[in-house]
Design a protein around this ligand. Structure first.
Ligand SMILES: Cc1cc2nc3c(=O)[nH]c(=O)nc-3n(C[C@H](O)[C@H](O)[C@H](O)COP(=O)(O)O)c2cc1C
Length: 209
């Protein structure tokens, strides 16, 4: 016998599953204890190989269909998305037994109001990462933070940080596909929604889990 009574309301409801996917992801940008706060972000390198890394989710909007991340404009991932914007973002909520995969196209937005506000609202310690003298990912002679000697272990002030604003960028992923997997004893549930540009709406389907 299946035990549908104890399943969440979204179990057999495609619309509610879609809402729950975005509920979880949006919570990831506002609650640092949320399981969706640090998703794995996948881009594609120049050979076509997938490249994954953990990033902090800074903003998520179901209405705008966007996820926002922050990164160093000199980073390897920034070069990858300049060359090929294809991006996949993977979330897993262990207690809810939900995997959500969002895919779309990334734009680097290093200048403008959003990037300026994101920079000013970050803590001085968070912004200190952007003070690295050479581009992240370059080989170095020995173990090092890559930061200038004079700022190691110190909190930079606004004047010291100003010179490094140029290394900071927001990364905006425009979501075109949302995939959902809910693990449940009576039977798993899987679904996918594709954004339809012409209709300006999401088209969703259940899938075989
Ligand atoms: C918990 C955690 C959070 C991270 N958050 C970010 C982030 O928000 N932005 C970022 O560029 N890198 C972040 N990183 C570092 C990346 O995972 C990655 O190592 C780095 O950005 C270099 O990636 P790339 O060479 O593909 O550009 C984070 C790493 C960890 C472990």
């Amino acid at each position: 016998m299946t035990d549908l009574i104890s399943q969440p309301a979204y179990y057999d409801d495609l619309g509610l599953s879609f809402e729950e996917a975005w509920n979880l992801v949006e919570a990831g940008s506002t609650d640092r204890h949320s399981p969706a706060h640090m998703p794995a972000v996948g881009t594609v390198d120049e050979t076509g190989a997938p490249q994954l890394r953990i990033m902090v989710l800074r903003d998520a909007s179901r209405d705008a269909r966007t996820l926002r991340f922050h990164t160093d404009l000199r980073s390897i991932k920034a070069a990858q998305v300049r060359n090929n914007g294809a991006t996949s973002v993977l979330f897993y909520d262990m207690s809810a037994k939900l995997q959500i995969r969002m895919s779309g196209q990334t734009q680097l937005l290093p200048i403008g109001d959003v990037a300026d506000a994101a920079w000013s609202n970050s803590t001085p310690f968070a912004r200190r990462c952007y003070m690295a003298e050479a581009a992240p990912g370059l080989p170095i002679a020995g173990p090092s933070s890559g930061l200038p000697e004079w700022i190691q272990g110190k909190k930079p002030d606004e004047a010291q940080l100003a010179d490094y604003r140029q290394n900071f960028s927001t990364m905006l992923v425009e979501i075109q596909s949302v995939e959902w997997l809910y693990l449940a004893n009576p039977g798993h549930r899987r679904a996918r929604w594709q954004w339809q540009d012409a209709q300006k709406s999401w088209q969703g389907n259940w899938l075989v889990p």
